[in-house]
Ligand binder design. Structure first.
Ligand SMILES: [Zn+2]
Length: 342
């Protein structure tokens, strides 16, 4: 799964290219990505046609595009989903500046921007203007500078794990903005169970620390629980635990308040560095199957490094399974609790 820094890179790109654009027409090539749309594909077309995108908002790894009627287009990219913007002036400028990171799929002559960061760029296998695995295409209202063929937003998904749906928005429980990218205190009705993320200034950190310390679950499992704090996936959980010198099997209830706060700080700092790497170089587009940005992956301390030396003490890193997920840790820096069972 893409993690928060990669999704934030996508969000910023969508905001730049789509805000203020109206959906003129919806083309559905395959209805399966719309399986979670209430009312089905017909409702999807009806609710989206004629509506204007007002922002692009993210909470944790969830992404939505608010519409001018108060609803929102919610995108789940899953493992293989990609949102591709073609034909906008930004895409054309990237093409002309020779920035290859912006245009690596499909016809090399067609201006397009891959904003998803969910998988590594591949050389074009099909030179047709219509991307392979194209499921849904939104035709955008024209503005000056668009490509002659017009501007579109495509959902391309090889394995059908991603999806789109239009859903109503509801007020946030705490009255603060729903997520990064908009000041509106609104959130899609089916995203309300997702907690605020570590980079959200409105996150109630003392409440997160208290929740973790009242749980007997493994601390790594708590970090991955999107209902406690969102946006942390396997990569950044392991990196944060190593940075804070905490073994993932420690129970939440066994950690002191300062250690728990330090763990949250460390995990947030790793994500901020990954975000900075993606935001400055666009290398976040070059990712592995887990969504680790290729550029940033080279600076990871533990993820993907089992059997290699700890960058801090030189001990050989080990891996074990916690809650069905692999946990890579340093046996010297991160003391494994004696009685713990995975
Ligand atoms: Zn170590």
């Amino acid at each position: 799964m893409p993690e928060l820094p990669e999704v934030e890179t996508v969000r910023a790109g969508l905001a730049r290219h789509l805000t203020g654009r109206m959906v003129e027409r919806v083309e559905i090539f395959d209805p399966r990505p719309l399986r979670r749309q209430e009312g089905g594909a017909d409702a999807f077309v009806q609710r989206l046609t004629g509506r204007t995108f007002t922002a692009a908002v993210r909470r944790g790894k969830f992404l939505w595009l608010p519409l001018d009627d108060g609803a929102a287009l919610v995108a789940h990219l899953g493992m293989s989903g990609q949102l591709l913007v073609h034909g906008t002036p930004g895409a054309l400028a990237a093409r002309e500046s020779g920035d290859d990171a912006h245009a690596f799929l499909g016809d090399p002559d067609a201006p397009r921007v891959d904003l998803t960061a969910t998988r590594a760029p591949l050389p074009a296998e099909d030179p047709d203007a219509r991307p392979r695995h194209l499921r849904v295409r939104l035709h955008l209202s024209p503005i000056a500078g668009d490509a002659p063929g017009g501007a579109v937003l495509d959902l391309v998904d090889q394995r059908m794990f991603g999806g789109l749906r239009v859903t109503d928005m509801v007020p946030t429980a705490d009255g603060a903005p729903g997520g990064a990218g908009s000041l509106a205190p609104l959130i899609p009705a089916d995203v309300t169970h997702i907690a605020r993320d570590l980079l959200d200034p409105h996150l109630d950190r003392p409440a997160v620390v208290a929740k973790m310390r009242h749980s007997n679950r493994a601390v790594k499992t708590l970090l991955l629980d999107q209902g406690i704090v969102s946006g942390i996936g396997n990569i950044y959980a392991d990196e944060g635990l190593w940075a804070a010198r905490v073994h993932g099997l420690r129970r939440g209830s066994a950690l002191g308040p300062r250690v728990t706060a330090r763990l949250l700080d460390a995990t947030g700092e790793v994500m901020e560095r990954a975000l900075a790497a993606g935001g400055t170089s666009f290398d976040a587009l070059y990712v592995d199957a887990d969504g680790a940005a290729g550029f940033f992956a080279r600076s990871l301390a533990v993820y993907g490094r089992a059997g290699q030396e700890c960058r801090r003490c030189g001990a050989l890193l080990r891996a074990e399974t916690i809650g069905g997920r692999s946990h890579v840790f340093c046996p010297r820096c991160q003391t494994r609790p004696r009685s713990a069972r995975a």
